[in-house]
Design a protein around this ligand. Structure first.
Ligand SMILES: Cc1cc2nc3c(=O)[nH]c(=O)nc-3n(C[C@H](O)[C@H](O)[C@H](O)COP(=O)(O)OP(=O)(O)OC[C@H]3O[C@@H](n4cnc5c(N)ncnc54)[C@H](O)[C@@H]3O)c2cc1C
Length: 245
């Protein structure tokens, strides 16, 4: 339950408020506004000008409060990321939910987080000082700091494949492949667990299906067995390789 609401005008003001106990940044509020028994103070980020989308060299810098829908509608958003965003949430939620809030609240079923992990996104955060961490470290440690923006590379080829219960559901298994001109190839799997999984980060795409299979050997839950996910992950990884663009 939100018991105190702040709307700072500057980043410094927001950071000072966030040092208080039980105080969290408010992005779109789609999750934070859900009823809970725990009292929480929120710091609304909407006046901080953190919603811009900028191309910087080979990267797209996505402001923390940019909504999922604004990102999806951007001419700079890679087509595969658009597909993942449509699966992440229905349009009413996409119009309110921010990219940072979605990443912080994400679990292994998140197509958005799976895409960011494959693209080796960089997360810029402020907590006392500014730091930039790779998405892999971010998902592992889930630091409690204010995210100001997320950068993704625009010079990669990507592919996204998934299976889900219905075409609009979050995937039971999804595979994302990103490949750089250097040959660097990253494969991530989503659809299971607390965070998406990095199945491969190599210099070439050999052994992609085996890596996918191995990564999901314990991916057993109420949605699907590990055997099913292993088979599907290997097939999706091969489809990704065939469909890279
Ligand atoms: C009815 C309903 C129920 C939902 N239930 C769940 C659920 O149980 N689990 C789930 O994963 N998703 C759930 N969602 C999905 C949720 O809406 C998405 O995760 C959404 O994308 C969150 O984005 P937001 O900007 O609205 O986040 P918010 O609700 O604003 O914040 C979500 C989390 O992110 C943090 N945060 C926001 N911005 C920043 C920032 N810039 N830096 C650091 N931290 C930040 C907040 O402090 C909070 O912890 C639900 C959605 C709805 C409508």
């Amino acid at each position: 339950m939100i018991t105190a609401y702040h709307r700072p005008q500057t980043l410094d003001e927001a950071l000072a408020l966030l040092t208080q106990p039980n105080t969290l940044p408010l992005g779109g509020g789609t999750l934070l506004s859900q009823p809970t028994s725990d009292p929480v103070s929120v710091v609304d980020l909407q006046r901080l000008g953190l919603d811009a989308l900028r191309v910087k060299g080979n990267d797209l810098e996505i402001g923390a409060t940019c909504t999922l829908q604004s990102l999806l509608e951007s001419e700079h958003c890679p087509q595969t990321l658009k597909t993942a965003l449509k699966l992440e949430a229905p349009i009413n939620i996409r119009n309110a939910a921010s990219v940072a809030g979605t990443l912080v609240a994400s679990d292994g079923r998140s197509p958005f987080a799976s895409m960011l992990l494959a693209m080796d996104a960089k997360i810029t955060m402020v907590s006392g000082q500014t730091s930039v961490v790779g998405i892999g470290e971010f998902l592992l440690t889930r630091p409690r700091a204010l995210i100001t923006h997320i950068s993704i590379p625009l010079n990669t080829k990507t592919a996204f494949e998934f299976v889900s219960r219905t075409p609009a559901d979050k995937p039971i298994v999804c595979a994302v492949l990103a490949q750089w001109n250097s040959g660097r190839t990253r494969l991530t799997l989503g659809g299971y667990g607390k965070s998406p999984m990095l199945a491969m980060d190599g210099t070439e795409a050999d052994g992609l299906d085996t890596a996918a299979q191995n990564a999901y050997h314990e991916a057993n839950d109420e949605w699907a067995s590990a055997e099913y996910r292993m088979d599907v992950a290997a097939t999706l990884a091969k489809r990704c390789l065939a469909g890279l663009k």
